[in-house]
Design a protein around this ligand. Structure first.
Ligand code: NAP
Length: 352
């Protein structure tokens, strides 16, 4: 029985997400091929950057069953010869009769798939689907603005503190939250922290989940080079980029460096984000603190999402920055709330 387009697009979104951490800097894309009777005859997704696109994987699985079928794809089929041939042409050659598209491709280079399909006499339906647009958001931001998608992540007590009364933070979260963070780290391109976090917590900032798809680069904002050269973040486990004031000599640090100009004592964060995208191919960036650095990115309107792990404990210490107030001040909208061990994981969307 034929179901509505939304049903098949939702399945294509589920498939697309399987590529998270592998597909980037390409977008995550999923595709299902459905016959006249409404049966899904094949499925595919973009499994890995540089490899076959979702449509090609689905067409391969469909074989002869693609003739006369409908393809539901989360993103407009590409129209250019890149690392793989154009998907619009592959759909035409396979005999697909209709293509339902979740989002139009924001990339100047690959858009045009709709026209190619229509010129070949194929029916095209464009949904402009909210969930497909969300799936595509980091890719859209990067290709339209040159900036990475920025997620601020922190652990806090119920009363909004990122530090415990003893003045430390690493153990605010329960072990389930910590392991969830390691899984997420393994799907992004970069993790950024401020100098105080390096000095006070000495974090390693690596992805230590199960078979992480990628190892993010580590970025430290330390204008006056206060971080110890033997801090864990400078070990060989991953690439590290130290951002410092251009007048400082960072040659003793065993890592890559970005000398930055300062304005009113601050590094321009937008310029740094642009450099991370252009030079280090960063599409998804997590800012892991501390509160000063997170506040500066939020105040500069450079943040897209907040991921908060809220412990059930109170800190009862007067944190210099209260994260509950910070969330309220930026009118962040809570889009996910779920348990994470004894903690609560909250995700907010930030719309400036
Ligand atoms: N609960 C959590 O999730 C979590 C996570 C991380 C850290 N923490 C805790 O938070 C504390 C450290 O956080 P914090 O808020 O004090 O500091 P922080 O954010 O780690 O570091 C702040 C410093 O980073 C540099 N920086 C940040 N943005 C800059 C900019 N735009 N331009 C120039 N420099 C910039 C500055 O260094 P200069 O001062 O040298 O200019 C600034 O003082 C520690 O106690 C740590 O345990 C908690």
């Amino acid at each position: 029985m034929q179901k509505n387009a939304q049903h098949y697009i939702m399945r294509a979104i589920e498939l697309a997400k399987l590529g998270h951490g592998h597909a980037e800097p390409n977008p995550m894309v999923g595709c299902v091929i459905v016959n006249d009777s409404g049966e899904i005859v094949s499925e595919g997704y973009h499994e890995c950057y540089g490899e076959a696109h979702a449509e090609v994987n689905a067409l391969k699985m469909a074989g002869e069953q693609a003739k006369g079928a409908t393809a539901f794809v989360t993103l407009e089929p590409c129209n250019h010869q890149g690392k793989t041939p154009p998907c619009a042409v592959a759909l035409i050659k396979a005999g697909i009769c209709k293509v339902v598209i979740g989002s139009i491709d924001p990339h100047q280079l690959s858009t045009g798939g709709v026209k190619t399909l229509q010129d070949a006499g194929i029916k095209v339906e464009i949904l402009d689907d909210n969930d497909c647009n969300k799936l595509l958001a980091p890719f859209t931001k990067r290709v339209t603005t040159g900036l990475p998608w920025v997620i601020c992540k922190w652990a806090q007590t119920t009363d909004g503190s990122t530090i415990t009364p003893e003045g430390d933070s690493p153990w605010i979260s329960c072990k389930e939250s910590i392991s969830r963070v390691h899984e997420e780290r393994g799907c992004v391109d970069g993790i950024l922290v401020g100098a105080n976090t390096v000095i006070q917590d000495n974090p390693t900032l690596t992805a230590r989940g199960q078979s992480p798809p990628r190892m993010p680069i580590r970025i430290v904002l330390d204008p006056t080079l206060r971080s110890p050269v033997n801090a864990n973040v400078f070990n060989d486990d991953a690439t590290t980029v130290l951002v410092h004031e251009s007048l400082q000599d960072a040659s003793s640090y065993p890592c890559e460096t970005i000398p930055a100009d300062m304005t009113n004592g601050l590094i321009d964060l937008e310029t740094i984000l642009r450099t991370l995208a252009d030079t280090y191919d960063v599409t998804n960036l997590i800012i892991e603190g501390g509160a000063v650095t997170i506040t500066r990115f939020l105040d500069a309107s450079l943040v897209d999402e907040l991921w908060v792990f809220k412990s059930p404990n109170e800190s009862n210490c007067r944190s210099y920055i209260n994260m509950n107030d910070l969330i309220a001040r930026h009118s962040a909208e809570c889009v996910v709330e779920r348990p994470s061990g004894v903690d609560t994981e909250l995700r907010y969307s930030v719309n400036f």
